[in-house]
Design a protein around this ligand. Structure first.
Ligand SMILES: [Zn+2]
Length: 115
């Protein structure tokens, strides 16, 4: 599986640190690494933030958001399976290539050349 090029963190300009009240701190966006994690990791991180935020509210909103986040996770899991199946297809299989391209468009696993 080809790797996606590493994207430098824009928040800390790839340094891994930001200025805090008591001095330099690990960058909150990249965790001090200076580079962003994969699109899959960023999406999962955001889903967890949304879950945590809604869990504090409780009630029907929490239940609705938990259901929605679960649906997103299930859909993304299926797309990962589709992406993997597309890689196993023959290179001349146009339908498999198209499905692979569409699944990657949602997941962002591989860079897309828009030139
Ligand atoms: Zn950073």
């Amino acid at each position: 599986m080809p790797k996606t090029p590493i994207e430098k963190c824009a928040t800390c300009q790839g340094q891994g640190e930001v200025s805090g009240i008591t001095g330099p701190e690990d960058c909150p966006d990249c965790g001090g690494l200076g580079q962003l994690p994969s699109a899959l990791t960023l999406t999962e991180r955001r889903l967890r933030e949304i879950e945590g935020s809604c869990a504090r509210q409780g009630g029907q909103v929490e239940l609705d958001i938990r259901w929605l986040v679960d649906q997103v996770r299930r859909s993304r899991h299926v797309l990962v399976q589709i992406l993997a199946a597309g890689q196993d297809a023959e290179p001349q299989d146009a339908l498999a290539s198209r499905v692979h391209f569409l699944a990657n468009g949602v997941l962002g696993v591989y860079p897309v050349d828009t030139k």
